[in-house]
Design a protein around this ligand. Structure first.
Ligand SMILES: Cc1cc2nc3c(=O)[nH]c(=O)nc-3n(C[C@H](O)[C@H](O)[C@H](O)COP(=O)(O)OP(=O)(O)OC[C@H]3O[C@@H](n4cnc5c(N)ncnc54)[C@H](O)[C@@H]3O)c2cc1C
Ligand SMILES: *[C@@H]1O[C@H](CO)[C@@H](O)[C@H](O)[C@H]1NC(C)=O
Ligand SMILES: *[C@@H]1O[C@H](CO)[C@@H](O)[C@H](O)[C@H]1NC(C)=O
Ligand SMILES: *[C@@H]1O[C@H](CO)[C@@H](O)[C@H](O)[C@H]1NC(C)=O
Length: 535
């Protein structure tokens, strides 16, 4: 019988883990190596080894209604896209509201997690923590790993010949904090993920020239959607996910290609990806206009460095380079964990439903938030926590090891089909499908068909509106009485921070959303008709 749970890390996942344990009557102890909670969202001027690190200008890439956890909406005066300090504030409000701090031990690093000698019988874990010089060993019934995906930087120094001779400054994107000290410098940024692009737009008005090097192109979206609404309100919907699942893949690729090229033609800017979704899309408003202004110059992959220059695969080079920033991402590593538990296959992964290691007998460990959706990670993390605590309590049964392994194979096929590659992408999921799948495992998935009949306004909102987390509190275990009202008032909270001139409420929003959905809807109708005629 599981009672005590060690939660490792007090980012938003760790907070959700502590909260879920309390909800299920478990006794959590959360260890956080830094001196405060918040994880990624806690900006510091210095970089701490083994902890996440962000730049000062970071703003969330999902909007606040989508990032809110299921029973704690963001304050209505919060802006729709959150600067990092605002999201940190949300973490603190969350911890305060559910009185989580008394379960969290700050400045305490977990240095070792191992199976207890009678693990096969009891499923217990031995956890070694360190606070200053004081080392403690504690036995727990279960462990939740919430240490984040952004702590172990990839430094691909071997893949760039000559980089060791380079005389300028070389840093990883995690060491970049502010555009200070770059005046008049020539900067090369390697890698076109969210960080690489954010840093290039952050720096480009200070530096004498910014070059952004990428081997593959990438889809760039902006935050500003139709009518100035946050783009994910119309993009991250159950309906859209349903259509994507139903229509032939080629058709939905065409639709995605079409909508990403509405803002600017990726082909013209030389960054059209060959495989549309093989890399996560990124969210940045400024990139195209900075390229237009020549402040950022796109470059292909780097082939080699000299003492002062970089050479690219198209034969061109850049001389007198001052700084190279490697925005080359992160490894997923668990340096404190017994090797045999984790056996990361970069194509298949090792986690059933991205949570539980398939080769373990006892269901007493969970990996939280090791995922890459196109959507906010924290909502997924929270539902994973609810799933895991029910697993610990025996309220959720795992299938056999064989079935779990088959599940990994199926998942790999899905990713190969949808993202056109399985390479290094075991963490990727379809946002809505993945959430719904976990939710139905623990009986908290809303029954949309039934709602359409019994509470059509709510049903309509859940089908066509943004896929917000409150819906997973409408029924089943962990039901929250405020869920329905919170869903009904989401547009008020979205509009509130925009009406700061005190003007009366305007309400074009539902229409705008409807308009943006219309093409999908028509497509759906045509498809249904086609199926009917064929059948
Ligand atoms: C630059 C950047 C921008 C991002 N922007 C977005 C965004 O806009 N939207 C979005 O949804 N997601 C974004 N993310 C993803 C982000 O990681 C998640 O949103 C979320 O914050 C993950 O929370 P977490 O708690 O899982 O991990 P983290 O926030 O990384 O927290 C992990 C915590 O564990 C602690 N820890 C690690 N090892 C140990 C140990 N051995 N012992 C004790 N404590 C330990 C760390 O100190 C840290 O506090 C971004 C990530 C980065 C790096
Ligand atoms: C270590 O254990 C002792 C005794 O159980 C306890 O008083 C102390 O708070 C623990 N320290 C940490 C860092 O957990
Ligand atoms: C995407 O659209 C652009 C033009 O809008 C076109 O040139 C390109 O071939 C399309 N790519 C795919 C993969 O459909
Ligand atoms: C936001 O950024 C994080 C971290 O880079 C990424 O994992 C996530 O997919 C992004 N979300 C969207 C909607 O692009």
């Amino acid at each position: 019988m599981v009672k005590t749970v060690a939660v490792i890390g007090a980012g938003i996942s760790g907070l959700a883990a502590v909260k879920s344990c309390l909800e299920e009557g478990l006794e959590p102890t959360c260890y956080e190596k830094r001196d405060d909670i918040g994880g990624v969202w806690r900006f510091t001027d210095n970089v701490e080894d083994g902890s996440p690190s962000i730049y000062k200008s970071l703003v969330s890439n999902s909007s606040k209604e989508l990032m809110s956890l299921s029973d704690f909406p963001m304050p209505e005066n919060f802006p729709n896209y959150l600067p990092n300090a605002k999201y940190l504030e949300y973490c603190k409000l969350y911890a305060e509201n559910f009185q989580l701090m008394k379960h969290i031990k700050l400045k305490t690093t977990v240095c070792n997690v191992q199976r207890h000698s009678d693990f096969s019988l009891t499923g217990k874990w031995v956890v070694v923590t360190k606070n200053g010089e004081e080392k403690n060993t504690t036995v727990f019934d279960a462990v939740m790993i919430c240490t984040g995906q952004y702590t172990q930087p990839v430094l691909p120094l071997d893949s760039f010949p000559g980089i060791k001779n380079f005389k300028g400054e070389i840093l990883h994107s995690r060491d970049y904090k502010k555009p200070v000290g770059y005046d008049g410098k020539k900067v090369l940024i390697i890698g076109m993920g969210n960080s690489g692009v954010d840093i290039s737009t952050d720096l480009c008005t200070k530096a004498s020239q910014v070059y952004l090097s990428t081997r593959r192109g990438v889809c760039v979206f902006r935050r500003l959607g139709p009518d100035g609404l946050p783009v994910d309100l119309s993009f991250t919907t159950r309906f859209r996910s349903l259509v994507q699942k139903t229509v032939p893949t080629a058709v939905s690729r065409m639709m995605i290609n079409q909508s990403m090229n509405e803002q600017f033609n990726h082909g013209l800017y030389n960054i059209q990806p060959e495989c549309l979704l093989s890399k996560e899309p990124l969210i940045n408003e400024e990139l195209p206009s900075r390229i237009l202004a020549g402040l950022i110059i796109m470059k292909p992959g780097v082939t080699r460095f000299t003492e002062t220059s970089a050479h690219f695969s198209d034969g061109t080079s850049v001389d007198d380079l001052d700084v190279v920033i490697l925005a080359t991402g992160y490894h997923v590593k668990f340096p404190f964990l017994e090797e045999s538990v984790i056996n990361v296959d970069n194509n298949k992964g090792f986690l059933y439903k991205k949570i539980f290691p398939v080769n373990l007998q006892q269901p007493t460990i969970a990996f939280i938030c090791f995922i890459q959706p196109i959507g906010p990670l924290m909502v997924i993390a929270e539902l994973q926590c609810r799933w895991a605590t029910r697993l610990f309590k025996g309220l959720l049964k795992l299938p056999s090891t064989k079935e779990m392994k088959d599940h990994l194979d199926e998942d790999e096929m899905f990713r190969l089909h949808w993202f056109e590659t399985a390479h290094q992408n075991w963490r990727r999921v379809d946002y809505v499908q993945y959430l719904d799948n976990l939710a139905s495992d623990i009986n908290v998935k809303p029954n949309i068909l039934k709602l359409m009949l019994t509470d059509p306004v709510l049903g309509f909102k859940l089908l066509f509106g943004p896929n917000i987390a409150y819906q997973y509190r409408l029924s089943g275990p962990g039901k929250w009485a405020g869920a329905r009202k919170t869903i009904m008032t989401q547009w008020d909270r979205m509009e509130k921070p925009l009406r700061t001139r005190g003007m009366k409420k305007s309400s074009p929003s539902p229409i705008a959303v409807f308009a943006s959905l219309l093409p999908w809807f028509l497509c759906f109708v045509v498809l249904c008709a086609a199926i009917l005629i064929k059948g």
